[in-house]
Design a protein around this ligand. Structure first.
Ligand SMILES: C[S@@+](CC[C@H](N)C(=O)[O-])C[C@H]1O[C@@H](n2cnc3c(N)ncnc32)[C@H](O)[C@@H]1O
Length: 207
């Protein structure tokens, strides 16, 4: 099956490079039958990457399929059934190891009080306060030695000019091609030396 950037619907999320990185992170999980969570699956590209990289895993995908405020996904989601696109993309590939929580990240976290994950991938709302609350909420649900990671982290905040860290209520800064909210939240919440920045705009911390 073709696996290029244009089969995932308009305003897709992860690109080829990130998809490759996600696969390799999932493949690197040592335990058998790992439990993996993703926040933000949109039309399913990251879901498919995780589910096919680790057929022995159970993947929990969380999305409200409304898009993220302030992004082009929002109007797209008002005129398209994004959930059905996501479901179709999984069905086409006979993927059966995914459980969907069609709700907000907050509601999913409240419902999943007793689950501990080997890997959590955060790719939901990219504005600072939302990335921060996703990381803070979900971090305690990662097993010891497990991985928390996410998308759209281009560099550490110490490498950004001060004015940029005042623009963190925006999803994306087109003039700089950066996601200031993700950069600020990740940089604030983890010691710099613990953050691994993987080409493909993926950040990763082992807990
Ligand atoms: C950048 S996209 C995810 C892209 C996806 N990982 C991919 O591979 O295409 C962000 C997604 O997060 C979802 N989202 C944003 N805020 C959310 C929230 N508070 N709760 C649940 N889903 C949310 C949006 O509906 C959207 O599908």
């Amino acid at each position: 099956m073709a696996n290029n950037d244009n089969v995932w619907g308009m305003n897709g999320g992860v690109n080829n490079r990130c998809e490759m990185q996600l696969r390799s992170i999932a493949k690197g999980i040592k335990s058998q039958n790992p439990l993996i969570l993703e926040i933000g699956c949109w039309t399913g590209r990251s879901t498919v990457a995780l589910a096919t990289a680790r057929k022995d895993a159970r993947i929990v995908s969380v999305d409200w399929f409304k898009g993220s405020p302030g992004t082009a996904q929002k109007p797209y989601a008002s005129s398209h059934d994004v959930f059905n696109i996501w479901r179709g993309n999984l069905r086409k590939r006979n993927i059966t190891n995914v459980c969907l929580m069609y709700m907000s990240s907050f509601d999913a976290c409240s419902l999943m009080k007793n689950h501990m994950f080997d890997m959590i991938f955060i790719d939901g709302d990219h504005r600072y306060s939302h990335v921060k609350s996703d990381i803070v909420m979900w971090k305690s649900r990662v097993k010891k030695g497990g991985i928390i990671c996410g998308h759209d982290y281009e560099k550490h905040s110490t490498e950004c000019p001060e004015w940029m860290m005042k623009e963190t209520d925006r999803d994306f800064l087109p003039s700089e091609s950066l996601h200031p909210g993700v950069i600020r939240a990740v940089s604030e919440l983890f010691p710099k030396d613990d953050i691994i920045q993987i080409p493909g705009k993926v950040w990763l911390v082992t807990l």
